[in-house]
Design a protein around this ligand. Structure first.
Ligand code: SF4
Length: 221
């Protein structure tokens, strides 16, 4: 069991975020974060990966089991789907900055297995300062939100991927950042492609199509 409960103290991550962030400083500082209770059960915090100055930033939900053990985002099965989909658009996955809305893995034990559990609203809100700092350092020309949790982190609990997927959205006014990216494009999380047992090919094609829209927007502006 995770030790998440409504009573736990969640001071939020801000006090652990370096005042003058750089990617190396963020990588170092995130390991001390006690902004919510998720650090207790996870192996380690997982900061984003990619070059500062990347044109495109992709934001997922949280590290998975393998990411938690390896300390790298998107290295598990969903990460492979994402890399393949990016490569299909002609983009070098290594030139894209990939991260998650929440930096520690939330899970439940089922026997000896750790089963993914989506972070709750309070945990997403507590972790938001890390994403804001990554945005400040990377300053992407566009942000792709992978799935509902990333979408809710920016647009609130009413966000539904299906309502706006594949279309360019304005950065939400309610989320102040030093320099708002010119656009945000929601799409599905690559894990949803893996879960689509009957229509995996169509789900994958949909993800590639949405990423193509994002890549075109990069070259249009
Ligand atoms: S999930 Fe985010 S806010 Fe919570 S402890 Fe980890 S880094 Fe800090």
């Amino acid at each position: 069991m995770t030790r998440s409960s409504p009573e736990v103290e969640r001071p939020g991550a801000q006090r652990w975020v370096p005042a003058e962030p750089t990617l190396p400083a963020l990588h170092e500082a995130v390991h001390d974060c006690r902004g919510c209770e998720l650090y207790r059960d996870a192996t380690q915090a997982v900061m984003g990966r990619g070059p500062a100055g990347a044109g495109l930033m992709l934001v997922g939900e949280q590290p998975g089991d393998r990411e938690d053990r390896e300390g790298e985002p998107f290295v598990g099965p969903a990460g492979r789907v994402l890399s393949e989909a990016l490569a299909a658009t002609g983009v070098d996955p290594e030139q894209v900055y990939v991260t998650n809305a929440v930096k520690h893995f939330r899970f439940q034990w089922k026997g000896k297995r750790r089963i993914h559990e989506s972070p709750d609203r309070g945990q997403v809100a507590a972790c938001a300062p890390w994403l804001a700092a990554e945005l400040e350092v990377v300053r992407p020309s566009g942000v792709v939100l992978l799935g509902g949790t990333a979408g809710k982190a920016l647009y609130g609990p009413g966000f539904r991927v299906g309502a706006t997927r594949g279309t360019l959205q304005e950065w939400p006014e309610a989320v102040p950042v030093a320099l708002a990216p010119p656009w945000v494009l929601p799409t599905v999380h690559p894990a949803a492609v893996l879960r689509a047992r009957d229509g995996r090919e169509a789900a994958y094609d949909g993800l590639v199509s949405d990423l193509r829209t994002a890549v075109s927007a990069l070259s249009d502006r």
